[in-house]
Design a protein around this ligand. Structure first.
Ligand code: 4NP
Length: 153
């Protein structure tokens, strides 16, 4: 299983999602790959946001090996599952889809905890206090995905 986490900048939410999912996978001893990307190009090459690095660290996860990159159409070939953080990411990613197979790989990550409710992981970029809440949402979503045991969709 190869999983891609996608947000807008690839510096706040999706680096946390990547770090959290990698930790869950290590704990489960699964041989999966996880990466992350942003629909925007502005932060390409940068470390995750300092506030994401701090909140991950408070939970025992080091995300300082990550560097931002932009989502590309080729990611539909490289990954089995593409988790997006919000409905804007969903629209932006689906614009690159070339088949129903591609479209079927994309899902809002909070569908794991709240199926069918179109819930967004709030963008914490302008909200210093939002990072812990984002971490907890992503932690629950990743936990449920790994525990579910049905990864056909
Ligand atoms: P992210 O947060 O999509 O969770 O990485 C953002 C990071 C940067 C910007 C917006 C959102 N920005 O506008 O630069």
């Amino acid at each position: 299983m190869k999983i891609l986490m996608v947000c807008l900048g690839n510096i706040c939410r999706s680096p946390l999602a990547e770090g959290i999912m990698k930790q869950k996978i290590r704990e489960a001893a699964f041989d999966w790959e996880v990466d992350s990307a942003g629909t925007g190009h502005w932060h390409a090459g940068q470390l995750p946001d300092r506030r994401s690095i701090i909140v991950a660290g408070q939970h025992g996860i080091d995300i300082t090996d990550q560097r931002a990159r932009q989502f590309q159409a080729d990611d539909f070939e490289r990954f089995d599952k593409i988790f997006v953080m919000d409905t804007q990411n969903l629209r932006d990613v689906l614009r690159h889809a070339r088949s129903d197979g591609h479209r079927a790989k994309v899902e809002l990550i909070l569908d794991q905890t709240h199926p069918g409710q179109d819930r967004n992981v709030p963008d914490p970029y302008y909200d210093d206090d939002g990072f812990e809440e984002v971490f907890e949402m992503l932690d629950r979503a990743c936990e449920l995905f790994v525990a579910r045991g049905d990864w056909s969709t």
